[in-house]
Design a protein around this ligand. Structure first.
Ligand SMILES: NC(=O)C1=CN([C@@H]2O[C@H](COP(=O)(O)OP(=O)(O)OC[C@H]3O[C@@H](n4cnc5c(N)ncnc54)[C@H](O)[C@@H]3O)[C@@H](O)[C@H]2O)C=CC1
Ligand SMILES: O=C(O)C(=O)[C@H](O)COP(=O)(O)O
Length: 400
């Protein structure tokens, strides 16, 4: 069995080599010859799968993506060719939820919102939206969910209309990018929705850039009283719109889901799918590859309280994941390219290709970022049970 493996899949060779003959590729240089030979393709979201990009593929019988999103695959065309496909739904839900919490805590620190009195509107209550709601429960932060497809299916949670979500202090998008049908999400956040947001609100997009009308967002950010915007995703990546970078409060290069655990869970999921196809037993597990961290000592300002003080919570959470480090790295790498003036450049100085290349490099060389669940905390003697429960609900282990 010949397996064509995208080189950004962590531990891809270690996982898949026992199952077949593995050839790796970089998405920028994927060759049609390699595809012609492949029985299985194991990809991430950077590989486009459609008739134009991969046909002819006479041997191919399974394509799977180690990511949650599937909009880079033309699944109707795969179905029409009798090529089965898979994905890794949920693999990085906690990573994205931690990205949102880190963003919300940074916005609190910057006095943009007040987490002690705010409501987070979550659009899309699937794997990511649910993981986020679990963290917000642990933080005692109020939230509202909006998910018309799940509501129609009879999900028993309480749901709100998008119109209600647009009035929340924080609006966070977690829907798939779907172009048509009753629940299409392309430009779900359009000029009209953006006009309803104001400067007291934080707007976060960590799903897909195309879910927001970027032209309308740029226009809104140039008007009076705009919302504060945090973008992890952009339309047409890696060819992102450079105007947006300067207008947003926070920008990150589509790394919300790129915790070590989020990526390796993706590998584990597609490995298990390929084991099933190859008729081989599942022999590897996450703990075979994830590094175990030594316990960390934590200082608390009020260990007797029922829950963490905002100060302790912010310090601890941001020590695990501070999203502003990613924002600074992206601005450092891309700002010199994005502020070049069109007037002073000749045609050959177009910064767009360099910008796209830098964006891709930032993603490929992303730092090691562990989820809360990787940390075992050594707490001060006598720390309250309430605080311990809260920390465990955030994913931490407590050293006994
Ligand atoms: N920035 C990043 O690194 C990451 C981005 N993503 C993106 O986030 C999306 C969501 O991820 P998951 O939660 O894992 O997917 P999921 O499929 O578990 O959940 C998506 C939810 O959105 C709901 N939905 C669909 N159309 C909707 C609409 N019009 N309005 C409101 N809700 C709607 C669905 O019913 C579903 O419950 C992915 O499709 C992917 O594009 C996912 C992981 C990482
Ligand atoms: O899982 C998803 O959906 C995502 O957006 C991933 O974080 C994308 O990661 P790459 O495939 O671009 O590595």
């Amino acid at each position: 069995m010949k397996i064509l493996l995208e080189d950004t899949i962590p531990f891809g060779c270690e996982y898949l080599a026992p199952l077949g003959e593995v050839t790796t590729y970089a998405w920028q240089t994927l060759s049609k010859d390699a595809i012609k030979q492949a029985d299985i393709m194991a990809i991430r979201s950077t590989t486009q799968i459609n008739q134009q990009s991969i046909a002819p593929c006479p041997q191919l019988n399974f394509v799977t993506t180690a990511t949650a999103g599937t909009n880079h695959m033309d699944t109707d065309w795969l179905d029409s060719q009798g090529i089965t496909w898979g994905s890794a739904g949920g693999c990085n839900a906690v990573a994205v939820a931690e990205y949102v919490v880190s963003t919300v805590l940074q916005a609190h620190k910057a006095n943009i919102i007040n987490i002690e009195q705010c409501t987070v509107g979550i659009v899309g209550a699937g794997h990511v939206g649910t993981a986020l709601s679990n963290l917000l429960d642990a933080l005692n932060i109020h939230y509202k969910l909006c998910d018309p497809p799940l509501e129609a299916q009879g999900d028993s949670r309480e749901f709100y209309k998008l119109q209600d979500i647009l009035t929340c202090d924080v609006i966070s998008l977690h829907v798939p990018f779907v172009k048509s049908g009753p629940f299409a999400t392309e430009h779900l956040i359009d000029a009209d929705a953006l006009a309803q947001m104001s400067s007291s609100q934080l707007f976060i997009n960590a799903c897909r850039g195309e879910v927001v009308d970027e032209a309308a967002l740029i226009a809104r950010l140039s008007q009076e009283n705009p919302p504060t915007v945090a973008l992890d995703v952009f339309a047409n990546e890696p060819n992102i719109n450079r105007e947006l970078l300067a207008l947003c409060w926070q920008v990150t290069p589509h790394i919300a889901g790129h915790s070590v655990e989020g990526k390796v869970r993706g590998t584990q999921i597609i490995y298990e799918q390929i084991c099933a196809i190859a008729g081989k037993p599942v022999q590897k597990k996450l703990s075979d590859v994830l590094e175990v961290l030594a316990p960390t000592t934590v200082a608390l300002t009020n260990k007797d309280a029922d829950s963490l003080t905002t100060e302790d919570l912010t310090a601890l959470f941001l020590s695990v994941y501070d999203v502003k480090i990613d924002d600074a790295a992206m601005r450092d790498a891309l700002s010199p390219l994005s502020t070049l003036s069109n007037d002073t450049r000749g045609a050959t100085d177009d910064p767009a290709p360099a910008l796209a290349s830098q964006f891709s490099t930032l993603r490929k060389q992303y730092r090691v970022r562990r989820e809360c669940s990787a940390y075992t905390l050594i707490l001060p003697e006598g720390t309250s049970n309430g605080i311990k429960q809260q920390l465990m609900a955030l994913g931490f282990a407590i050293h006994q």
